[in-house]
Design a protein around this ligand. Structure first.
Ligand code: ADP
Ligand code: MG
Length: 256
């Protein structure tokens, strides 16, 4: 019998995952034989230079993009080869995603965007869920903006709407692609505290891409990508340790 994702203490994983874009001379190998898992209830930071495959890895793990080869699971369900309909359903029930470009719906106001996961699932939030959404809106400072549409918001406000939307259903898996990239340090800290609480208090599994050593120092684990491969996988690090690692990796890149 095959060992399951749950047996491994994981919430999602990929095995020998390769992802290429294009073909022939123009082929780009965004991920090259990557095997990695997101541990249950853990907050993981994913770091690495621009173009190293961070977004692609999160997209494949979340079932938003298909692998070229290798296997991927969300919980114990293998998503490689799963039909579109089943995959969409699984994703709606279990996965929250904060996109690097936010992906807000331009015709919906802030509240409409935050409630989108419920609408897509064909249901209205319960009293408990409404209370959670109110809490998120409050913490993220969105209360005065609920009736505004995305184009009326700053980049930082749009990013906070995207975060509220990803957390609204309390999914057991949350992927966040540079969720603090457009935020000042104070709202960045609030977002990191939210993600920490989601894992530490609510047992959600969080994977966050970041460039910022301070943001990554909030995570339980730091995974580095370089050129489509995992170059380091370390337990919690201080911001200074992470910066030192980035400098050393840069140096190695220049020397190579
Ligand atoms: P990161 O998020 O670490 O900056 P990405 O995962 O976005 O990196 O990209 C990894 C590599 O794959 C890059 O070389 C990028 O140009 C390429 N890539 C990503 N998405 C696409 C796509 N849709 N079409 C073609 N190439 C892509
Ligand atoms: Mg990216």
């Amino acid at each position: 019998m095959e060992i399951t994702t749950t047996d491994l203490g994981l919430a999602a994983r990929v095995q020998q995952l390769t992802k290429t874009f294009g073909s022939g001379d123009g082929e780009v190998r965004a991920l090259d034989n990557v095997s990695v898992g997101v541990r249950r209830g853990e907050f993981t930071a994913i770091m690495g230079p621009s173009g190293s495959g961070k977004s692609t890895l999160m997209h494949v793990m979340a079932g938003l993009d298909a692998a070229s080869s290798g296997r991927a699971w969300i919980g114990d369900t293998e998503i490689t080869g799963l039909g579109d309909k089943e995959l969409t359903l699984l994703r709606r029930r279990r996965v929250g995603f904060v996109f690097q470009g936010f992906n807000l719906v331009p015709t919906l106001d802030v509240m409409g965007n935050i409630l989108l996961p419920f609408d897509l699932d064909g249901r209205t939030p319960s009293a408990l869920e409404r209370a959670r959404i109110e809490g998120l809106v409050e913490t993220l400072g969105l209360s005065p903006r609920l009736r505004h549409r995305p184009h009326e918001l700053s980049g930082g406000q749009q990013q906070r709407v995207a975060i509220a939307r990803a957390l609204a259903t309390a999914p057991d898996l949350v992927f966040a692609d540079e969720p603090t990239g457009n935020l000042d340090s104070r709202s960045g800290c609030e977002v990191l505290a939210l993600l920490r609480a989601a894992s530490a208090e609510h047992g959600q599994s969080i994977a966050m891409v970041t460039h910022d050593p301070v943001a990554a120092s909030h995570a339980d684990r730091v995974v580095f990508l370089g050129d489509g491969r995992i170059t380091a996988d370390m337990p919690r690090q201080t911001a200074e340790q992470i910066s030192a690692h980035m400098l050393a990796a840069d140096g190695a890149g220049v020397a190579a």
